[in-house]
Design a protein around this ligand. Sequence first.
Ligand code: PMP
Length: 496
Amino acid sequence: MKHKFDDILATVGHTPVVRINKLGPPGVDLYVKVEAFNPMGSVKDRLALGIIEDAERSGRLAPGQTVIEATSGNTGIGLAMVCAQKGYPLVVTMAENFSVERRKMMRFLGAQVVLTPASQKGTGMLAKAIELAEAHGWFLCRQFENEANADTHSRTTAQEILHDFKGERLDYWVTGFGTGGTLKGVARVLAAERPDTKIVVCEPDNAPLLASGIPQMRAGDGAPAGSHPSFRPHLMQGWSPDFIPKLAEDVVSLKLIHQTVAVNGADALRCSRELAQKEGIFTGISGGATFAGALQICESAPEGSSVLCMLPDTGERYLTTTLFEQIPAEMTPEEMEIARSTPNYRFDAAPPPAPSPFTAEPAPVTAEAQAFVDDAVDDREQPVVMFALEWCEFCWSVRKLFAKTAIPYRSVDLDSVEFQAGDRGGKIRAALTARTGCKTIPQIFVGGEFIGGCTEVFDAFKAGRLQSLLGQSGVAFDATISLDPYSLLPTWLHPQ
Ligand code: PMP
C-alpha cells in the first residue's frame, strides 16, 4: 500500500498494534493499540472526522457553519484539525482544569476555546455548549450521544482489530470510556465477529460509575440530567466523566461487558511512565490507566491468553499535569555528576579561553555606516530606536516591554536580510560601537540619548527614568502599566 495521501484527514486511523515485551507477565501475549499515531495524537481524531462527515452527509452541517462541542481536549484538538482542513469555524467549551497545552493546541489550529468553571465539572461545559449552540444556530457535535461516534469506531477501530488478529487468539479487549464511543463501536463488532473475545472496561477506582449499577438520570434527548452519584474527581483526563454517557450505557444494556476493572490513579501514572521507560511507548494518563487494568487481567488470565489494550493518546499532552510532576526540569545530582566527569562546558567551572567574537577584527567604520547611526539616533520623528538582532532573546525582552507599554519604536535589525548585502549590518554595528563604546546588542536610544542594553532599559523603566525621557521626547505611551520588566527575560535566566 502506498503511504501518500490526498489530505491529512486520510491519515486518521490505521493505528499500529504493538507487542509488550517487558512489562507483561510471562505466558500471556499482551498488545497495545497505539492511538497516538493519529495525526493529532489521539483516538478522538477518529470521532472528529466521523461526526463531521456524518453531519455533512445528513445535511445537518452546512458549508461554513460554526461547529461547537464540549470537550476535555482531545475531541477539541481532533475537531480543530478536521474543521481547519474542511474550513468550518470551531468553538470549544472546556472546563478550566484540563491541561493548558490542550487549549493552546486548539487555538493554534484556529479554534476558539471558551472556558467554564472547574466546579461545574463536565456537565457545566456541556450545558454551556448547548446554550451557545441554541443561541447562535451552531452545529453541536454531541459526542456523548451521537451515534456517528460509535459508528466510526465500528467502521475503523474495530475493523483494524479484526484484521490484525485475524486467525490469531484475542481473549480480552481492554478499554476505558470517555464518551463510550470506542467501547460501543468496537464491543458490538467484536461481539458479532469474535464472540470469544471478552470485553473489559476500566474505571477509576474512586469513581466506579458502571460498576455501581446505579443508572444515570437523563433528559429526554439522552443527555445526562446531572452528575452520577458514584462520581469523584479522578486523574484520568478523558476517562469517566461525571455521568454515564448514553453510548456507554448502551453497551451495558446490550450486556456486552464481560468485566469491569477498578484502576488506581497512582498505578495509572506508574504504568504510563513504565511504558515510556521500558517499552519506549509514550502514552497519556488514560493509556497508563488502561494498561494498569490490562495488567490486572493478565494476572488472572489463563496461560497462552492474548490481551489487547487501548492506549488513547500521547503522553506529550500532559507536560503540565501530575504525570510529569516528578520529572525535573533542572539537572539532577546524577546528571551533575556526569557533567563534572569531564572538564569543559560546565556551569561550575570557568570556561576555557576561547577566541571571543568581540576580539575579532571589527568591521571598519565607514562614513556611510556612521551617518546611518547618527541619522537613526537623532531622528526626531522616531525618538525611540533599538539596534537589535532579529531573534536575539534579549532584544525580544525589550520588544515585549515596549509592546506592553505601547511605546512606539524603530528596530534596526542588523542581521536581517535588509542589512546583509556587503555586510552593511556589521559595518553599522562597528559604527555603533565606535559611538557608544558598547559592544553588545541590543543598544537602545531615546531622544538621542544612549540608554544602554536590555538590563539598562529595564532599570531605567523601574526607576521611572525611561518614562521621563519618553515624556521629554514627546513619545506617547501607556503610563498606567506597572510591571517588573525582569519578568520578561527568557525563562531560562530566572533564578530557581
Ligand atoms: N482517553 C483520553 C485521553 C480521551 O481523550 C478519551 C476521549 N474522551 C478517552 C480516553 C475515551 O475515549 P472514548 O470517548 O471513545 O470513550
